[in-house]
Design a protein around this ligand. Structure first.
Ligand SMILES: O=C(O)CCC(=O)C(=O)O
Ligand SMILES: [Fe+2]
Length: 323
């Protein structure tokens, strides 16, 4: 077999004889020698690229499990996907990595539908897995949450210095959005002025991954009546709370299914934007104002969405996922 140096000398002779590099390159034997001289990654760039993509897709979720997944204790079982809702850095990666939406799923959606008295069968068959966003106006029938949940109530469920609060701070997810607030500890020790909107704006969300507090909260709400128990696989619920003004900025979720969110106090405006691959096929933008007593149902994995709190009241919602 020729060494690299011998090969170079051969090339030089060929050049002296007026044989061009292109002509030489057409010879199979020359291409084989060139290939022999290359490192494995130079010879197989496509395999290398595919491997990197697979590795990245596998390791990204694992990274998030290590750093962000709620450790769940007591009666709440951990679920690898459950607690990924709207994780901001992941949302940025997910925007790049998400699978393209099949635009047939949104081509017939023209507006957000208002429904009342919808049966579990109809909801499951017609809407549960669709891209049609809904507002179920009688969704909180029989709940006491809208009368009970307030900033003070949550503070009493997670009193400063309590184990419940420590657990939430250490193990549950906390989304600060644009608020300068690092965890639930800070949420419940903010000044009265900030609480009342006389200082910096605040809007946050957290997952109720701590069993005892979750059980206390659940005395006041239940699985929305239109959701069949077969769709109820998530033990973790989410609370989003904050002042009138900006809520969550535009993002897509990375959760196992559709989401429901019950508006307990205040009014929240949702803006939906079509995934870019469906521009011109699906509605580019839809907006809806959700009022206390209503439940919005949406597929946040496929619609880009953002929220704003309108009116004068503190917005408090409870929600979860179904699949
Ligand atoms: O309630 C909000 O402000 C945002 C919630 C959200 O993005 C979601 O439920 O996916
Ligand atoms: Fe979201």
């Amino acid at each position: 077999m020729a060494t690299v140096d011998q090969f170079k000398i051969l090339l030089k002779h060929a050049e002296d004889l007026g044989i061009s590099w292109e002509q030489l390159n057409r010879l199979k034997s020359v291409r084989a020698i060139q290939n022999d001289g290359k490192k494995w990654h130079q010879r197989n760039p496509k395999v290398l690229y595919a491997g990197l993509v697979v590795l990245f897709s596998i390791s990204l979720p694992s990274l998030y499990r290590l750093t962000d997944e709620s450790g769940v204790s007591d009666d709440l079982e951990p679920h690898p996907l459950r607690d990924w809702k709207c994780i901001l850095p992941s949302a940025v990666f997910y925007k790049l990595l998400r699978l393209p939406v099949d635009c047939n799923a949104c081509k017939d959606v023209t507006e957000i539908l208002y429904l009342n008295n919808i049966t579990q069968v109809k909801f499951t068959e017609k809407y549960a897995h669709s891209m049609q966003p809904l507002v179920v106006q009688d969704g909180q029938k029989g709940w006491t949450a809208s009368k009970t949940f307030s900033y003070e109530y949550f503070k009493s469920v997670y009193p400063p210095g309590s184990e419940a609060l420590a657990h939430v701070v250490d193990k549950c997810q906390f989304f600060r959005y644009n608020s300068n607030m690092s965890d639930a500890d800070e949420l419940f020790t903010m000044s009265q002025n900030r609480l009342e909107g006389k200082e910096d704006h605040w809007y946050i969300g957290w997952s109720n991954c701590e069993g005892h507090a979750a059980n206390e909260l659940r005395k006041h709400y239940k699985l929305p009546y239109f959701l069949s128990p077969e769709l109820d696989h998530s033990n973790t619920d989410w609370i989003f709370m904050g002042l009138p003004g900006q809520g969550a900025s535009m993002h897509v979720d990375f959760v196992p299914g559709g989401s429901w969110q019950a508006q307990l106090t205040g009014e929240k405006e949702w803006t939906f934007e079509t995934p870019p691959e469906c521009y011109g096929i699906c509605p580019s933008k839809m907006m809806v104002r959700v009022k206390p007593g209503e439940i919005i149902v949406l597929d946040g994995n496929r619609w880009f969405h953002e929220t704003h709190i309108l009116g004068n009241d503190l917005s408090i919602v409870i929600g979860s996922e179904y699949y």
